[in-house]
Design a protein around this ligand. Structure first.
Ligand code: ASP
Length: 391
């Protein structure tokens, strides 16, 4: 821990009474976990961006906004070394989960600052690892370093802290470009635009304008039991994206020469609603060969929006006949991290994964009976929140 501010705070996710005095308000607190990423980088002697230990902490402490009475008291954990998110994986996700677990009772919410490249995977993984989560865990980062005059870092950080202290949404979320999205529904969709993340198959959980509009009716329900943190993850899965003209014999050969002790699941990124080429026998052979070895094959869509349902086309039915599991509207990020989590929980038993993969565990997929229902009436029951009494 490097920092503490002793400032009073505000906000509880519904309309704030502007006449309330600070003495009436419960003082909120937020833990910020800074793992690395562009946000806290500066150019090195060669002009390449590199993380600078202590820099983001210093910036945050010097931000006048952080010392305003509306803001929470906060502490920061800075990782050593600071890691680019492209080098992060299960070990780092376990570290983040452990830090949240250790400090769970002491804070109202958590902000995880990390690189954007694999944030969708980290947020998905944490959503599965943190069972019965009762507080907001908000992932954020930036495309431009805070160091630059023109940057999204400051705003993403401040808005995430505001969400963490006030949103009352017991979920792992991503906050980017003012929007609050369910973590396991989010994807990085833009490498140069400020709206770098989207949640294509699920509405945003909050939208920030002159007021914050929270959609609590779309959020997960508060848990009935206490937090359980699952730290066993298994990364023995690969993602294979189909492309027209691919060499299916190479795919078959890859599967033929591997063993279940190294590979437990293949996530196939299929076309559209779950389609693939009907003239590639090697693909079908690869699927059957995998099944024969006890390696599961699951299907997600290459489309960012929509769902996989293998009953639309003849080939999809053939995939199903050979045991491919359609993963509904899960993102690839949610699918692979859910497999890692389920393999860990089920002691690498593929049958255990098969049983739970298409069941909605943390809001990561839309159960068929809910698709297209009033469930998606996003503006119904919105609750408004204001940070400033002047708005
Ligand atoms: N390469 C960086 C990372 O993901 C990019 C970023 O921070 O957005 O760590």
């Amino acid at each position: 821990m490097t920092t503490t501010s002793d400032i009073a705070s505000i906000a509880d996710g519904t309309v704030i009474d502007p006449h309330m005095t600070m003495d009436d308000q419960e003082q909120k607190s937020v833990l910020i976990i800074y793992t690395g990423g562009t946000m806290g980088m500066k150019p090195d002697e060669n002009g390449s961006l590199a993380p600078v230990p202590g820099y983001l902490v210093q910036v945050l402490n010097e931000m006048p906004e952080m010392h305003r009475p509306e803001m929470p008291k906060y502490d920061i954990i800075e990782y050593n070394p600071l890691i680019d998110s492209s080098s992060m994986g299960p070990a780092e996700w376990v570290k983040i989960a452990t830090d949240i677990q250790t400090h769970y009772l002491a804070y109202d919410g958590f902000v995880v600052c990390m690189g954007t490249d694999t944030m969708g995977y980290a947020a998905s993984a944490l959503s599965f690892m943190l069972e019965n989560l009762g507080k907001p865990v908000i992932f954020t980062g930036s495309l431009i370093p805070q160091y630059e005059v023109y940057s999204d870092a400051r705003r993403n950080l401040l808005v995430s802290i505001i969400y963490a202290m006030s949103c009352d949404i017991p979920e792992v979320c991503i906050c980017f470009n003012d929007n609050l999205m369910r973590g396991n529904r989010s994807k990085k969709v833009n490498s140069v635009g400020m709206a770098a993340f989207e949640s294509p198959n699920y509405p945003q959980l909050a939208v920030l304008g002159t007021v914050i509009r929270y959609r609590h009716h779309l959020a997960l329900k508060p848990p009935k039991s206490s937090l359980r943190v699952h730290k066993k993850l298994c990364g023995d899965a690969v993602v294979i994206k189909l492309a027209p003209g691919f060499n299916d014999e190479v795919l078959f050969s890859l599967v033929r020469h591997t063993e279940k002790k190294f590979l437990k699941a293949i996530v196939l990124e299929l076309y559209g609603t779950g389609n693939g080429p009907s003239n590639k026998q090697g693909l079908l052979d690869a699927i059957s060969c995998a099944q024969g070895k006890g390696i599961m094959v699951v299907g997600v869509s290459q489309c960012v929006k929509g769902s996989v349902s293998l009953d639309s086309y003849a080939l999809g039915r053939e995939f199903m006949r050979r045991g491919v599991i359609p993963c509904e509207d899960m993102t690839t990020e949610a699918c692979v991290t859910k497999i890692a989590y389920l393999l860990g929980r089920g002691n690498n038993d593929v049958e255990y994964v098969r049983k739970f993969l298409t069941i909605d565990l943390r809001g990561e997929l839309t159960p068929r009976e809910k698709a297209g229902s009033k469930f998606f009436d996003v503006t119904k029951n919105e609750s408004k929140s204001r940070l400033s009494s002047r708005l």
